[in-house]
Design a protein around this ligand. Structure first.
Ligand code: Z16
Length: 787
């Protein structure tokens, strides 16, 4: 075939010019690089064409400190519809595609849900032919790599660029200067193509790298100045050196603030420069640009745009404000108090004095506006952007934008009725919901080709790839035994593939006839990995007491990174690893239950885990998980949810039926109505609970004298200076969870009945495509049109 010859010729050329070898002599990593480069030769001309078709039209921009893209090779080949051809070509060369795929490092420039959501959105927008481009930071180090040593998390740097990164193009000539009080920094853009499925639209992810403004003439310096020159270079490069590894907690460090202003200022300068070159005025800027702020991380865009419009471009303040409010929109991703960004005035004044003055002016204007709207003087403090020595980025984001959205209906309701109710009263028209979604191209088509082919075969069409609600048509097979049989065979195959992978990378054997019960997400107290741990330990003790206990064998799988500074989260990892050691080494238990905490959970690992799951664990404290998106990935691969009424779980159950899922636990209203909760008393009354909770301190387990387990125990029973005991209701929800797990066990006994539940979940997952989410953003917020 001609295409193959062309591709091979290109690969040979890159092999010669970049590695000085022939393709045959390259190692897998080099082969991966030359293949990607050869593909880029085809992608780039189409990318240029795609950009042309949007010229003069309104376009949208997603400003995000995180883009958790994962690997690009397979995703790009699928979206280009050339995967098969490339697999064949490699096979002809005697090369196994899977090994080449595996040579690619994950682009792990994000922590978790928020960063992965950004990546899914880019895929969906390109597929739907919407002009949406990403702007962010090209961190030299992504989220750390995780290992367990003696059951403790150990972090290593993620030097993902080390062996070359073939998908981005450095656009040195489009660099811009970002100014801080302590000096200027150069922002250099690297552009990556975002290829829509079918390749009609290719959008751009532009990530900025920080560099020193001048390449120093080192000869000109004496020794001391040489040191200073090197320091200046290092200081500049440090800005984009490493991703902050916190999910849902505010770090408040100077370098983090530098990162935020760095990419925001660079992005806005970039847009303004291009716009002016074309229109020679900024008065119509909001008519041609919609900018979404992914959480408050890029909220400094609001005063920065005011600075550019008023101080650089000379527009009047009120005119500029109108442009700003109509350009920006804000997405809130959490209600957790510790995640809401507040920057100290001191830090802002020191680093960004001009921006600070603008924020003061915005705050003053807000006060006037509130008074004019009839807000009483004594109420003003509730709205103050600058308050108690801090700048409240969420308030700035609501006031400076035309839209504030939550990420699931329950979350948005809580914003409107509770946390942001006072703002809602002033600007009701600004508030709206955009329930999150995931791209079925990566999370089904790519990660589960076996199930994908079966779906296409049954539907007689692959239209679901770009219209996920097509899956609803699968419901008519829910009682078709032969369909359910094939479905179960596919699940078994995915479990075997996962088991082989776990054997290879973790060295652990797991039984593919057992139920794969999986919880994969960041480690956080509110996500309650501890609840599952207590359940497992209780089950273990019950099995010891009664070896005839009627249970289906289960493999409990965890995957989670803890923020390096989050002591309790690390304690929970160690605790689960201790339980795993106890359970897995007990011969009496062997064949019944097993516990596996996989190391270095990340996008490429997730692609193997979701398709192999029998049970999806979504057990956060009600009201704490804004949406969740992993819950949707399990559903799409046909795993029922055991979960609380929280985030998007509510909508999942609404679509697939409570009878096909396992809902348990306190609801938001129940928690609100709780009074005099005393876990220390209550845990004694629930059979088996005290034993597992006290295992933290009674010598059952060893935390290596770190004090971690005692601290966890205290958090549950005594509380701490900043919180009441068991403030995430692990103890309170234990019994209800155990009962739900019993329902899972009993339901699984009826294999066809179980398969039916899985099938109905799959058939009703259409709502959770990020294609639907993006279409809503495009129509209801951005007001952009398809090409
Ligand atoms: C994050 O991943 C999320 C919230 C946040 O404030 C910060 C980070 Cl880094 C998550 C939410 O916890 C999760 O519920 C949600 O699904 C996700 O953002 C995407 O909206």
């Amino acid at each position: 075939m001609k295409n193959k010859e062309v591709l091979l010729e290109r690969m040979e050329r890159y092999a010669l010019t970049t590695f000085g070898k022939r393709v045959d002599d390259l190692n897998n990593n080099e082969k991966y690089v030359v293949l990607a480069k050869a593909l880029m030769e085809e992608i780039v001309p189409q990318w240029l064409k795609s950009q042309e078709k949007f010229a003069g039209k309104k376009q949208a921009y997603y400003l995000s400190a995180e883009f958790l893209m994962g690997r690009a090779l397979t995703n790009n080949l699928i979206n280009m519809q050339r995967k098969k051809e490339v697999e064949e070509l490699l096979a002809e060369l005697g090369v196994d595609y899977n090994q080449i795929e595996d040579a690619e490092e994950d682009a792990a420039l994000g922590n978790g849900g928020l960063g992965r959501l950004a990546a899914c959105f880019l895929d969906s927008a390109a597929t739907l032919d919407y002009p949406l481009h990403g702007y962010g930071i090209r961190y030299q180090y992504g989220i750390f790599k995780q290992k367990f040593i003696d059951g403790f998390q150990v972090e290593e740097g993620d030097n993902w660029l080390e062996y070359g990164e073939p998908w981005s193009i450095r656009k040195g000539l489009e660099s811009v200067i970002v100014s801080f009080a302590d000096g200027d920094v150069k922002a250099v853009p690297y552009d990556t193509p975002v290829i829509g499925y079918g390749q009609k639209t290719i959008n751009t992810l532009r990530l900025w790298q920080a560099e020193a403004v001048k390449e120093f003439d080192f000869q000109a310096f004496n020794e001391q100045e040489y040191d200073l020159a090197v320091k200046a270079k290092n200081d500049a490069e440090n800005i984009s050196k490493v991703l902050y590894p916190n999910d849902s907690t505010d770090e408040g460090k100077l370098l983090r603030l530098k990162q935020q202003y760095f990419f925001v200022s660079a992005s806005l300068q970039d847009l303004v420069r291009k716009h002016k070159a074309k229109y020679n005025t900024l008065e119509n800027f909001h008519k041609l640009h919609a900018i979404q702020l992914n959480d408050t991380h890029p909220a400094v865009a609001i005063p920065e745009m005011m600075r550019i419009l008023t101080k650089v471009e000379g527009l009047e303040w009120s005119k500029a404000w109108e442009i700003v409010v109509n350009t920006f929109a804000y997405t809130n991703h959490t209600l957790l108090a510790e995640a809401l960004e507040q920057w100290s005035i001191k830090l802002y004044k020191k680093l960004l004095p001009e921006i600070y003055t603008i924020i003061e002016k915005i705050d003053g204007q807000l006060k006037k506006e509130l008074l004019a709207k009839g807000v009483e003087a004594k109420e003003l403090d509730k709205y103050a952007i600058i308050h108690n020595g801090n700048i409240k980025m969420a308030w700035l984001s609501i006031y400076g934008t035309k839209s504030t959205n939550g990420v699931a209906q329950l979350h948005t309701n809580l914003l409107i009725n509770q946390e942001l109710n006072h703002w809602y009263k002033i600007y009701p028209e600004r508030f709206n919901n955009k329930t999150n979604g995931i791209t079925q191209r990566r999370w089904l088509l790519q990660s589960n080709p076996e199930l994908s082919n079966f779906i296409t075969e049954l539907l007689g069409s692959d239209a679901w790839i770009t219209n996920l609600t097509e899956l609803k048509k699968l419901e008519k097979f829910a009682d078709d035994q032969s369909v359910l049989q094939r479905f179960m065979e596919i699940k078994k195959m995915k479990k075997e593939q996962l088991a082989a992978y776990i054997k290879r990378v973790e060295g652990i054997d797991i039984d593919t006839n057992s139920i794969f019960d999986i919880q994969i997400k960041r480690l956080h107290e509110y996500k309650r990995q501890l609840l599952k741990a207590f359940y497992i330990l209780d089950l273990y003790y019950r099995l010891k007491e009664n070896p005839d206990l009627d249970i289906i064998p289960r493999t409990f799988i965890f995957g989670a990174k803890a923020a390096p500074g989050y002591f309790r989260a690390k304690g929970i990892i160690k605790f689960i690893n201790e339980i795993a050691k106890l359970v897995n080494n007990d011969k009496e238990i062997s064949g019944k239950i097993k516990v596996v905490f996989v190391q270095n959970y990340r996008v490429s690992y997730a692609e193997k885990l979701f398709p192999a799951a029998d049970v999806s664990e979504q057990i956060s404290t009600a009201g704490k998980e804004a949406s969740g998106t992993g819950n949707m990935k399990f559903m799409l691969n046909g795993a029922p949810t055991i979960g609380t009424y929280d985030g998007a779980n509510v909508e999942i159950v609404e679509e697939a039926g409570e009878e096909n899922n396992f809902i348990f636990g306190l609801r938001v209203e129940d928690i609100a109505a709780l009074k005099d909760y005393n876990p220390k008393e209550e845990y004694k009354k629930i059979k088996g609970l005290q034993r597992v909770v006290d295992s933290l301190v009674d010598g059952t387990f060893d935390d290596g004298k770190t004090g971690m387990f005692k601290e966890l125990h205290d958090a549950l029973l005594i509380g701490a200076s900043w919180h009441k005991p068991d403030h995430y209701y692990v103890i309170k929800d234990f019994e209800s969870y155990r009962e739900a797990q019993q329902r899972v066990n009993d339901a699984y006994k009826d294999r066809l009945g179980w398969a039916r539940k899985c099938w109905i979940n799959l058939a009703n997952s259409g709502k959770f495509s990020s294609d639907r989410t993006i279409d809503q953003y495009a129509k209801e917020i951005w007001e952009i049109e398809k090409a």
